[in-house]
Design a protein around this ligand. Structure first.
Ligand SMILES: Cc1cc2nc3c(=O)[nH]c(=O)nc-3n(C[C@H](O)[C@H](O)[C@H](O)COP(=O)(O)OP(=O)(O)OC[C@H]3O[C@@H](n4cnc5c(N)ncnc54)[C@H](O)[C@@H]3O)c2cc1C
Length: 416
């Protein structure tokens, strides 16, 4: 081995002195890849090529403007529950860079974080600009060039670069994936994920604004179900349980044009438990009207709605008058309230794309394309997406960091 060879091995940065990387896409994954690559390899010349005039625009609106940048993962037992697509890849790449690394990274780079009771992690400033300012100031400090209005549509557009990182985000229509498909990358058809559902039922939507804490939303005839708080809106239903269901059922819902039967369990109890609670109340509160005593702690307006829906005129009776038929009807509406969804709500609460570049198209350890050497993919452009709670940004940080590390290794290799 020559002296020069050894020198490049020890100082990979030295090897990058005349190397250039194009980061295509100035979003979360693009910036994270750029900044980390520069920190690992200060000699690398890096350009971020962004098609629009605005960078980090999703970060700015994320988490209601507060940016839920990761999750503590304390309540996550199985990654497939939070990454319906890509959980195996995430498990592998968490060995390289996981949520703890992300947490430390932000704190080390001047963005103190807080973990909420629901395990979601936000900047202590409760403002997404804390993350944006961090990235922008690091980019400035490191001399990373941000080239706005530069839409990349072919390899020819980045021919002057030694390495290319594609971090173009989700492409709901698939248009943004065409140039990658033309290069031979396998694709998973894009469909939306993380949206509210429309239900045309005036009696339900009259309850808009109500939050029911422990629900299960389920698509009958499938194993697709999600639990958690549910919000009734003027359109239908939303909240964590519904957003999660829209993620687990993303393909099923899209295939059925978002019109499917939906069963809502307003309480997380089985039929015997609900029956027992009803009979118990009939014994303890015999003279109270059904409407004035609600044994499940449900919001009063919802309880009235459920009584009227299941018992109609008998909803006015006293607990002592409750008969077996009433109990069966009430059980049914409490743990299997049936609706038909009429579509998805148009609001982009936290909309992500399921699908994108298939994971078959990349080396799972380096995220280098199997079709184009020195081209890497990071973030939502890949067929990886998570439920709400900071998991999508975590996927962006993890994949972007992996790509930065892979380029450092490849840049060193190339000089040997
Ligand atoms: C309203 C909303 C709120 C959200 N809140 C959260 C949250 O709180 N927590 C969470 O974890 N996730 C959240 N998400 C999801 C999260 O924002 C995305 O998963 C994440 O931004 C993906 O990062 P990315 O860098 O892969 O893609 P993006 O952030 O979409 O960035 C891609 C960039 O590439 C640019 N681009 C695209 N094509 C080209 C091209 N051909 N040439 C050049 N540039 C191109 C785009 O203009 C864009 O700037 C939210 C999403 C939305 C819409």
């Amino acid at each position: 081995m020559s002296f020069v060879h050894d020198l490049f091995r020890i100082l990979p940065n030295f090897a990058a002195l005349d190397m250039k990387t194009a980061i295509v896409g100035g979003g979360a994954a693009g910036f994270f890849a750029a900044v980390n690559l520069k920190e690992m390899m200060p000699g690398m010349h890096i350009d971020i090529l962004e098609r629009s005039q605005h960078v980090l625009s999703k970060v700015e609106i994320s988490g209601g403007g507060r940016c839920n940048c990761t999750n503590s993962f304390r309540q996550v037992r199985d990654l497939s529950a939070v990454y319906p697509r890509g959980h195996r890849l995430m498990k592998r790449l968490f060995n390289v860079f996981d949520h703890r690394d992300a947490y430390q990274w932000f704190e080390r780079h001047g963005v103190p974080l807080v973990v909420q009771d629901d395990e979601c992690v936000f900047p202590e400033a409760q403002d997404a600009h804390a993350v944006i300012d961090c990235f922008m100031s690091l980019a400035r400090q490191h001399g990373i060039a941000i080239r706005r209005g530069r839409k990349v549509q072919s390899l020819d557009d980045v021919r002057d670069y030694d390495f290319v990182v594609v971090a173009t985000g989700g492409s709901p229509t698939g248009q943004g994936l065409q140039w990658l498909a033309a290069l031979g990358h396998e694709m998973e058809p894009p469909v939306p994920s993380l949206y509210s559902l429309r239900i045309d039922d005036q009696a339900l939507t009259a309850l808009q604004g109500l939050v029911v804490n422990d629900t299960i939303a389920h698509i009958p005839g499938t194993k697709l179900r999600a639990s958690g708080p549910l919000l009734i809106t003027h359109w239908g239903v939303s909240g964590p349980a519904i957003l999660r269901l829209s993620s687990y059922a993303a393909r099923h819902l899209a295939e059925n044009l978002f019109q499917v039967p939906l069963s809502i369990h307003w309480v997380q109890l089985n039929d015997q438990e609900v029956q027992a609670a009803l009979y118990d109340t009939a014994i303890r509160q015999p003279h109270k009207l059904l409407g004035t005593f609600n044994p499940f702690g449900l919001p009063q307006r919802l309880w009235t709605f459920l009584l009227e829906k299941s018992l109609d005129k008998r909803s006015q009776i006293r607990w002592t008058e409750l008969n077996k038929k009433d109990v069966n009807r009430l059980v049914n509406v409490l743990i299997n309230d049936s609706f038909l969804t009429a579509g998805r709500a148009p609001f982009k609460d936290e909309f992500v794309t399921c699908g994108g570049v298939s994971l078959k198209a990349v080396n799972p350890s380096t995220l280098e394309s199997r079709h184009v050497p020195h081209l890497y993919l990071a973030g939502e452009v890949l067929d990886v997406d998570g439920v709400t709670g900071g998991f999508n940004f975590q996927a962006a940080w993890t994949t972007a960091y992996t790509v930065a590390r892979s380029i450092v290794a490849a840049a060193g290799e190339d000089r040997h």
